[in-house]
Design a protein around this ligand. Structure first.
Ligand code: BDR
Ligand code: CA
Length: 318
């Protein structure tokens, strides 16, 4: 059984990832920590509480960062992708349950300390809560079992950024936080656009989920209307990449991905702000910026049909 903290800016595809964790038999989801990004932190926290109640989840919800630790590329929330409420503007009732009093970064430290070497963190929003947790407890890297991040893009499989030609949204929203986390030594796997954009749900797939995955399938169908509309506008096809659920897929089935160990740095300013830049050569360059730092696992390839089948079968309890 994997004990998991889900750090998220829920979010349509975050909600898909949360349902993946919820249905996975080998996962004990102990906490959902929220942050700004797809919507304000008050909306993402409300969305977490709403889903907790709707799907009867036991995980505690902790509200986190409202703003980045450094400068961000771009302003505002991604409401044109996820709707104003973050869940595709489906009607949402006010949840009865409340977030815990402890802020997310403190909760991450406390939970990791209480479960040394036993906690997996799946982070699918800005790295802000994690950077704040690292500032609170510099020993965290030796205590976290693994961190799986949806974020970044390295150019594998022909993929480029989604907020600039080189930057992906979760990293661009707080590049400094991401740079600190990737250089921290936490055992980290980065599941970037290189593989998430390879793994695509179309309408036929969503229909199948709707038919076989009960209340979860219906919920995904409802929230995905807005998301599909967004992608139809930008790529001309009603389909969407499985971004955040890919991090969960890696957590449960790392064999479905190819990875490469590399030092990863993030550009924190200038026109390349938010770019994730990796070096696996260990060459001596004119700069020391990649030298003698811990490596991350960067996902460079994926068995996309297997990930799609795995997601469907987990939610459908087939
Ligand atoms: C990432 O950005 C957010 O909009 C999604 O939820 C995902 O985490 C993809 O770039
Ligand atoms: Ca997200």
């Amino acid at each position: 059984m994997k004990k998991v903290i889900f750090d998220t800016d829920i979010g349509i595809d975050d909600a898909m990832a949360l349902l993946f964790l919820h249905h996975a038999p080998d996962v004990d989801l102990i906490a959902i920590t929220t942050g700004f990004g797809n919507a304000s932190v008050s909306n993402t926290t409300r969305n977490a509480l709403y889903m907790k109640e709707l799907f009867n989840m036991s995980a505690a919800v902790y509200a986190g960062a409202a703003t980045p630790v450094g400068s961000a590329l771009g302003e505002g929330y991604a409401d044109f992708v996820h709707g104003k409420n973050g869940l595709g503007d489906i009607p949402i009732t006010t949840p009865m349950c409340e977030a815990e009093a402890m802020p997310a970064a403190e909760a991450i430290v406390e939970l990791v300390r209480a479960n040394p070497h036993a906690l997996s963190v799946v982070a699918v929003g800005r790295m802000t809560n994690l950077a704040m947790a690292l500032a609170l407890d510099p020993e965290l890297p030796s205590l976290v079992k693994e961190l799986i991040v949806m974020g970044g893009v390295f150019g594998y499989n022909g993929h480029r950024g989604n907020v600039s030609p080189v930057a992906e949204a979760n990293i661009a929203g707080d590049p400094l936080a991401a740079d600190r986390v990737f250089s921290s030594g936490i055992p980290t796997t980065i599941v970037g656009l290189d593989v998430t954009a390879e793994t695509v749900m179309n309408e036929a797939y969503i229909d199948q989920l709707r038919q076989t995955a009960g209340a979860s399938g219906e919920f995904i169908y409802q929230i995905s209307r807005f998301y599909f509309g967004f992608y139809e506008k930008i790529i001309g096809k009603a389909e969407c990449p499985i971004h955040d659920a890919s991090a969960v897929a890696y957590l449960l089935r790392p064999d479905l991905y190819n990875t490469e160990a590399a030092v990863v740095r993030v550009a924190t300013e200038g026109i390349a702000m938010g770019q994730t830049i990796h070096d696996s050569t260990r060459r001596v360059f004119a700069t020391d910026d990649w030298r003698d730092l811990p490596t991350c696992n960067v996902c460079v390839g994926v068995d996309a049909p297997a990930v799609l089948a795995f997601y469907l079968s987990t939610l459908s309890e087939l």
